[in-house]
Design a protein around this ligand. Structure first.
Ligand code: ADP
Length: 382
C-alpha cells in the first residue's frame, strides 16, 4: 500500500475521530483550521492555521496532500475547486456541497429527483413569508429555516404567528409545512469512486418529551423493519444521485401516517454515527476514509445494540471542568469520548458517551441510570 496524505478541512471532533481512525493505516494527515488548540490539531500529522471558509486559505493544502475531504460544510467550495485543479482528489465534490450548503437547493433537489420530503416554498424576506401566510395555501404552524449557515437547530424556527416570523433570523428562507413527526431517524450511507455503496443501520433520535430535546440516539431504531429497509435504500439512492464519495448522513422523519420524509443531509461523519466506533464492524470514520480514498467498502453490520448520549457543556463559559468521570468509567461497556475542547460553553458539544449491550431492553433500562453521571461545566472564575 502506497502512503497517502489526506487533507482534512476542519479540526473539530469529527476531524479528531477521523485522524484516530487514520492512524492504524499509517495514513498521513494534514489539517487546516483556525487554531492549534482545536480538538483534532494534536492528532494531525501536519497542522496548517487558516480559515476553511476562505478560498485563499483552503489552497494552502496545494502540494501538501493527495486527497482532501471536509468535516464541516462551511468550507469554501471555490477553494475546493482550486484544489481539484491542482490535481488533488476532493470528496465531497464542491458541486454537491453547494447543493447541500443551501437548504433551499437541497429541497429543490429532492423535488426534482422525486424524493419524499415535506411541502415547501422559498421566501427571500420576512414580508414574503407573511404574504404567503396570508394566502390560502399556507397555515400556521409552519417551520421557517434560514437557507444557509444553520446548524444544530440554529436558524430553524417554528412559527405560529406573524410575530414569530418577525423575530426570526435574517433570510433568505425556506418555508416548510410542519410535519406531524412520529419518529426522527438518520441513515448514514457511504460510497466510493468505484461505485460501491453501503449503508449503516438506521438510528433513532429519542426525544425527551418534557425538554423536547434529543435525549439519546439508539441503534437499531425501534421502527418497523420494512421502514428501516426503505430508509436505508433511500439513503443509498440519494448518495448515488448526489454523486458523493465518502459519507452522506440522511436525516429523515417518519410522520404519523408512517411515511418517510427526507429532512436534510450532511456529506461527512455525523453525530448520529458516533456509536459505530464500538457497535459496528466498521465505524463511520473508517468508512469515510475508505470512501474518499476509493478503498473497498465491506458490508456494514451492527455487532451489538448501542445508545449514544452527547455530553453538552453547562454552567458558564470558561475552562472545561469534568465531574463524574471515575464513576462512569468504572462501568462496563460504557465508552467515554472527550473532544479535548479547552473552553466549555453552555450548549457546546464537549464529548459523547456510547453504551453497548447485547440486549436492547437492558440498554434502554441503563440509560436513565447513566445519564447525568458525567458532566462538564465552564469555570468562570479562572
Ligand atoms: P439543523 O440543520 O439546524 O439541524 P433541521 O432542519 O435538522 O436543522 O431541523 C432541526 C429540528 O427541527 C429537526 O430535528 C426537527 O425536530 C425539527 N424540524 C425541522 N423541520 C421540520 C418540519 N418540516 N416539521 C417539523 N419539525 C421540523
Amino acid at each position: 500500500m502506497q502512503t497517502k496524505t489526506l487533507g482534512i478541512l476542519g479540526a473539530g471532533q469529527l476531524g479528531k475521530m477521523l485522524c484516530e481512525r487514520a492512524s492504524p493505516w499509517t495514513l498521513d494527515t494534514v489539517l487546516l483550521d483556525a487554531k492549534e488548540d482545536f480538538p483534532a490539531a494534536q492528532l494531525a500529522g501536519t497542522f496548517i492555521t487558516g480559515d476553511f471558509s476562505s478560498a485563499e486559505d483552503v489552497i494552502k493544502l496545494i502540494g501538501k496532500c493527495d486527497t482532501a475531504t471536509i468535516e464541516i460544510e462551511r468550507v469554501s467550495s471555490e477553494g475546493l475547486r482550486a484544489l481539484m485543479e491542482s490535481g488533488i482528489t476532493v470528496h465531497p465534490h464542491p458541486d454537491s456541497l453547494d447543493i447541500i450548503k443551501d437548504k433551499g437547493l437541497q429541497k429543490d433537489f429532492y423535488r426534482d429527483h422525486d424524493y419524499p420530503t415535506s411541502r415547501y416554498i422559498h421566501a427571500d424576506t420576512k414580508q414574503a413569508v407573511i404574504d404567503l401566510m396570508e394566502s390560502d395555501a399556507w397555515n400556521y404552524p409552519v417551520v421557517l429555516k434560514c437557507r444557509t449557515d444553520g446548524y444544530d437547530g440554529r436558524g430553524v424556527q417554528i412559527c405560529r404567528s406573524h410575530s414569530d416570523v418577525q423575530s426570526a433570523m435574517a433570510g433568505p428562507y425556506l418555508l416548510e409545512d410542519m410535519v406531524k413527526i412520529d419518529t426522527e431517524i438518520s441513515v448514514i450511507a457511504v460510497a466510493n469512486e468505484s461505485g460501491e455503496v453501503r449503508s449503516f443501520p438506521a438510528v433513532e433520535m429519542v426525544f425527551d418529551p418534557e425538554a423536547n430535546l434529543v435525549d439519546y440516539l439508539l441503534c437499531p431504531a425501534k421502527i418497523h423493519p420494512k421502514v428501516a429497509a426503505e430508509a436505508e435504500e433511500l439513503a443509498r439512492k440519494l448518495i448515488a444521485d448526489l454523486k458523493i464519495c465518502g459519507l452522506l448522513a440522511v436525516e429523515m422523519f417518519i410522520n404519523e401516517d408512517g411515511e418517510l420524509l427526507i429532512n436534510e443531509v450532511a456529506p461527512r461523519p455525523h453525530n448520529s454515527g458516533h456509536h459505530t466506533i464500538e457497535a459496528c464492524n466498521h465505524s463511520q470514520f473508517e468508512m469515510h476514509l475508505r470512501g474518499v480514498l476509493n478503498w473497498p467498502l465491506p458490508e456494514i453490520k451492527l455487532v451489538r445494540p448501542a445508545a449514544m448520549i452527547n455530553l453538552i457543556g453547562s454552567g458558564e463559559t470558561g475552562p472545561a471542568v469534568y465531574h463524574g468521570w471515575r464513576e462512569l468509567s468504572a462501568m462496563p461497556d460504557v465508552y467515554i469520548h472527550l473532544y479535548n475542547k479547552k473552553i466549555c460553553k453552555p450548549g457546546r458539544k464537549m464529548g459523547h458517551i456510547t453504551i453497548c449491550s447485547d440486549n436492547i431492553e437492558d440498554l434502554k433500562k441503563r440509560i436513565p441510570e447513566l445519564r447525568g453521571i458525567l458532566t462538564v461545566e465552564g469555570d468562570a472564575t479562572s
